[in-house]
Design a protein around this ligand. Structure first.
Ligand code: GLP
Length: 259
């Protein structure tokens, strides 16, 4: 795991965008996308590079991490809608190749299995972007999620519903259930890039990076993956015990070594 500490959110976005741009220009075709506010700086930078520098996603397909149960893709807060509005409508990826779980399927349990199989057949995901919840969740894998889990239906914690209520008219509108890639599914990706900014993420980042490997902090599963880049600003790095070493290692990184 490499921990990259930057001063500001915009710099974090640029670093994660570098990783995605490098991957795409080196032939990566399968991208893992995330919603939430954390990835927005990455998407802004990738859209800028698409417009100004000709970065092309024409050959790519994308898989989203998760979706609310009960929200159709036309709902402004469905993740299928959000990812298009925030990112993929502004680049040259084929919208029909931007995939997400079907949260309005008659049988959501089968829909979850099918999404997992679809990723396995099309994948592996070359590079997967991740945010982190204040309780250490990735995707919608809440504390207690099996570290080997596959895509499935999950129940949100009340804390996550409260956190996400800001996107809705009120907490009562936030769905209770979701379909999320499992931790095992996420870890099938070749390269995981987790981005977090702000002091409210510091505890979760410290638990994920330096805490014990435990289902109580789902993001700690990253410690088992062979290629992880954690990109954080100074505030989100605030509780990392080894922050000085991460900064030292970055400063002395061999020039030819990529993220
Ligand atoms: C949401 C999403 C996650 C996201 C997390 C943090 O519930 N399902 O993918 O990483 O919570 O969100 P934010 O980046 O807005 O803080």
């Amino acid at each position: 795991m490499e921990v990259v500490i930057r001063q500001h959110e915009q710099q974090c976005g640029a670093t994660a965008a570098d990783i995605f741009a490098d991957a795409v220009t080196s032939g990566a075709t399968t991208l893992g996308l995330a919603t939430g506010s954390s990835p927005l700086s990455v998407y802004h930078e990738l859209i800028r590079r698409h417009r100004k520098e000709g970065l092309s996603f024409a050959g790519a397909q994308a898989f989203l991490l998760d979706e609310y149960v009960g929200l159709p893709p036309s709902h402004p807060q469905s993740y299928a809608h959000v990812i298009r509005a925030e990112f993929t409508n502004h680049i040259d990826i084929d919208s029909g190749r931007v995939h997400s779980p079907n949260g309005i399927a008659d049988d959501i349990f089968t829909a979850a299995d099918e999404y997992d199989a679809q990723i396995a057949a099309a994948g592996p995901v070359d590079v997967q972007l991740l945010g982190i919840g204040g309780n250490g969740h990735i995707g919608f894998n809440e504390p207690g999620s099996s570290l080997a889990s596959r895509t499935r239906v999950k129940t949100l914690t009340e804390q996550t519903r409260r956190d996400n209520a800001r996107f809705f008219a009120g907490i009562d509108e936030v769905p209770r259930h979701v379909i999320t890639q499992g931790l095992g599914t996420i870890c099938d990706a070749r390269h995981l890039v987790l981005i977090a900014t702000g002091g409210h993420k510091a505890e979760a980042i410290a638990a994920a990076v330096e805490g014990p490997l435990t289902a109580s902090c789902p993001a700690s599963v990253l410690q088992l993956h062979r290629h992880v880049t954690v990109v954080v600003d100074d505030a989100a790095a605030g509780q990392l015990k080894n922050a000085d070493f991460y900064r030292y290692a970055l400063k002395h990184k061999p020039p030819q070594q990529k993220y």
